[in-house]
Design a protein around this ligand. Structure first.
Ligand code: AMP
Length: 191
């Protein structure tokens, strides 16, 4: 499936100092949500360039009700094919994961410091691992507050239209992956 992480794309825009990157910089620095129209511009551009028959995953989108409404309007009349997945993780665990999170600057691998290779480099490509700026504790707490006030209420929107799947995000990435496949009734893809 085609995959877009809006957060990752926004950080890449910032790094490349594009017009979009400069506009979103203050929000990313504070850990505030980026305005809906800017995020939607990015997602719409990505979706319209896709072969719609293969399926896709949006990671970190939608995060607000106006974003969800814009997506449904775009998908209409195929919006019922959409599955909304909320991964639930205890707050302490989330905080711990953000503190331990490392990302590879070369291949975008993301994991914890304990999964790094012995040399402290990326286990996949040997690249340099860094911490995300917005995993600093103050920024992280701000993001969590934004999530609780703006994103958590979105669950009702998807529940009302029977498209919501709550999946426990506890355990390893593999555990979570298997749970998503079974809860969402998605066949496992070979390889
Ligand atoms: P993430 O990598 O998903 O944790 O996103 C990192 C940051 O990007 C968030 O804290 C927001 O500032 C911004 N962001 C990503 N996706 C969205 C979205 N759908 N709506 C608003 N802001 C977003």
């Amino acid at each position: 499936m085609a995959y877009l992480s809006t957060g990752r794309r926004l950080r890449a825009e910032l790094e490349a100092e594009t017009e979009m990157g400069l506009r979103v910089e203050p929000y990313l620095r504070r850990g505030d949500y980026v305005p809906d129209d800017l995020v939607w511009q990015l997602v719409l551009g990505w979706l319209t360039g896709l072969d719609q028959s293969t399926g896709w995953i949006l990671d970190g989108f939608p995060r607000t009700l106006p974003q969800a409404l814009a997506l449904d309007k775009y998908l209409h009349p195929r919006e019922e094919d959409l599955r909304a997945i909320v991964l639930t993780v205890a707050r302490d665990e989330l905080e711990q994961r953000a503190q331990d999170r490392r990302e590879c600057t070369a291949c975008s691998w993301s994991g914890t410091s304990s999964q790094a290779s012995g040399a402290g480099t990326c286990p996949v490509c040997g690249g340099t691992l860094t911490r995300r700026d917005d995993d600093a504790i103050e920024n992280f707490r701000n993001r969590l507050e934004e999530f609780e006030s703006l994103t958590a209420p979105l669950a009702d929107y998807y529940e009302d239209s029977r498209r919501l799947h709550r999946v426990s995000g506890a355990g390893s990435p593999d555990d979570v992956y298997q749970r998503i496949l079974s809860v969402c009734d998605i066949p496992e893809i070979d390889g």
